[in-house]
Design a protein. Structure first.
Length: 255
């Protein structure tokens, strides 16, 4: 047996422990990509609230209109788009966004390679206009099709853009392996207030309970976790051009 070969009693290597931050580790001009109105609040809402509190500028881009989020079908499509935009503007104000834009693309539909290319081109232009230092996007492993395709476009646009930024993947409906953890306990009331700006979605999906459950679960990763349940955390992972998509996207109910 070679000297470097393990013995039966050699300890196995421990898994990497995600570092914990009390403030966002990447600062400056922030751009958040929301596949639908409400994802900016449900996903990185705690991080965005912290950025705003610390004085960072935030630009929000809402990619789809969310028109198919009307589960009851009782509102006309045009009125529903306006309703969701108004809710998004209210959420943006709560989170401290200085600027917003609404692309109005259809949601929950089949996306082609041509569609992906067109959205990528628009994102390259957006990156050029905003010149962000930090970009928040759904992570590549999100199983909701709209979230997944926005993540693909965000990564592709970063590769084509002449500038540089840190692209961070956030969670909404699909947990991921945490690269780092952000404690958002002090900003969680702001995140909850932003989510509450979406009564059109809350009346058919209990987003608050779902997302708070995820953020309470992520708080287990915090040091000195006392099990009391009052602390909250979000997790993030940096995304790079050429990174493989995780899992397979499938259509899902819009949120």
């Amino acid at each position: 047996m070679a000297a470097s070969d393990p013995t039966p009693d050699t300890p196995l290597p421990s898994p990497a422990v995600a570092p914990v931050h009390s403030e966002p580790p990447y600062r400056g001009r922030v751009l958040v990509l929301a596949p639908h109105p409400d994802d900016e609040a449900a996903g990185p809402g705690g991080a965005l609230a912290a950025h705003s509190r610390l004085g960072d500028s935030i630009h929000g881009a809402f990619i789809t209109s969310g028109v198919h989020g009307d589960a009851g079908g009782v509102v006309s499509p045009a009125d529903y788009v306006e309703l969701r935009r108004a809710e998004a503007e209210a959420s943006a104000a709560v989170l401290g966004m200085g600027a917003t834009e609404f692309w109005g693309l259809p949601d929950s539909c089949t996306v082609t390679h041509r569609d992906l290319g067109a959205v990528t081109e628009r994102l390259v232009d957006l990156y050029q206009r905003v010149e962000p230092d930090v970009i928040y996007s759904p992570h590549l492993g999100e199983s909701h099709s709209d979230h997944h395709f926005v993540a693909l476009a965000a990564v592709a646009a970063l590769q084509r853009w002449s500038g540089s930024a840190i692209l961070l993947g956030y969670e909404v409906w699909s947990p991921m392996a945490a690269e780092w953890v952000l404690e958002v306990t002090d900003d969680y009331a702001t995140k909850r207030a932003a989510v509450r700006c979406y009564p059109s979605q809350l009346k058919h999906t209990d987003i608050l309970t779902a997302i708070e459950g995820l953020n309470a679960y992520r708080a287990i990763l915090l040091p000195h976790h006392d099990g009391g349940g009052h602390r909250r955390a979000e997790v993030y992972k940096q995304m790079f051009p050429g990174a493989p998509a995780q899992g397979s996207a499938q259509s899902s109910s819009e949120t």
